[in-house]
Design a protein around this ligand. Sequence first.
Ligand SMILES: C[S@@+](CC[C@H](N)C(=O)[O-])C[C@H]1O[C@@H](n2cnc3c(N)ncnc32)[C@H](O)[C@@H]1O
Length: 346
Amino acid sequence: MSSSPTPAPDNPPRPPRRKRYSGRNPQRFEDKYKEHRQDPATLAKVTASGKTPAGTHIPILLPEILEILALRPGETVADLTVGYGGHASALLPAIQPGGRLIALDIDPLELPRTETRLRALGFPDETLTIQRNNFAGLPKLLATLGLPGVDALLADLGVSSMQIDNPSRGFSFKTEGPLDMRLNPDRGQTASALLAGITPQKLAALLHENADEPRAFLLADALAGKTFPTTRALTEALRALTPDPDEAEITFRRVFQALRIAVNEEFTALNTLLRHLPDCLNPGGRVALLTFHSGEDRRVKKALAAGLADGTWSSIADTVIRPTPAEQHANPRSTSAKLRWAIRAY
Ligand SMILES: C[S@@+](CC[C@H](N)C(=O)[O-])C[C@H]1O[C@@H](n2cnc3c(N)ncnc32)[C@H](O)[C@@H]1O
């Protein structure tokens, strides 16, 4: 009869082997285990190769934003789109001692992880107020917190890398997943439901307005009222409508962007924010707004110019600030970013 040998004290049992993956670079999101565990050496290696490590986000135009916001100890700053907390991690030390960061995001999945990360930085608890909130509701939130205004505001619009890279959220045409695209999966309809219930006229308008899609009518005629349960089902339909293979990826990008903006009512939220922005800032307060496509930048540019003309702002960015070629190379996701700023008049 055999029995398992008792391990010698200097030869303890080995821990179970970690699951191995075929190939050197795991392709599946859930297999990128090392990045998820955020081992610093792996993160540094992935970042140096010009990629965003899975489950993280690289803050864009960070030094430029810090210079614009010019934070001083004791000030209150609101990060309206805290995301991974990349910008927020740099805002927190700049307001010490005695300052306060109000950090918002609409995403209930990522926000608790971000809160854990930000609290682990070790600043006093009362320094950070983190809230799941649409930034369109900023005036109400500030009133609830008993704040007449804040000294500085940052909005870094759109989606984070964690959201794009997670196939189960359906934001990316590059990976298969449910055609969802909701930043807050607890509310509203998915992109799939939107397509199934929309008329060709409305879809064409949406593709044109949200992504400057030149073939809006042709695509809308073929897609409206149909059911595309997955990202792959939609890209296959788009590929069939796009004879030039070089055009296919551009079409996917535009259509996915247009749907995401519609699903999350992003322009409605941005218009509301821009309307209330000056009232949410203390006199002399600074705001930095980071946009990623022409529909967002047009709105920001127009609102700031109107506010300068009527004396709401004492000064605004006269030209747009873009990431340097070095930043674009290091973080290709920064390529389309445009930064504008304004200072509230006294
Ligand atoms: C580009 S990411 C921000 C990244 C962040 N600055 C960082 O450094 O980690 C944009 C974030 O804005 C959030 N968001 C988009 N629309 C929003 C809205 N109307 N209200 C609040 N958050 C919103 C998204 O959920 C996403 O997390």
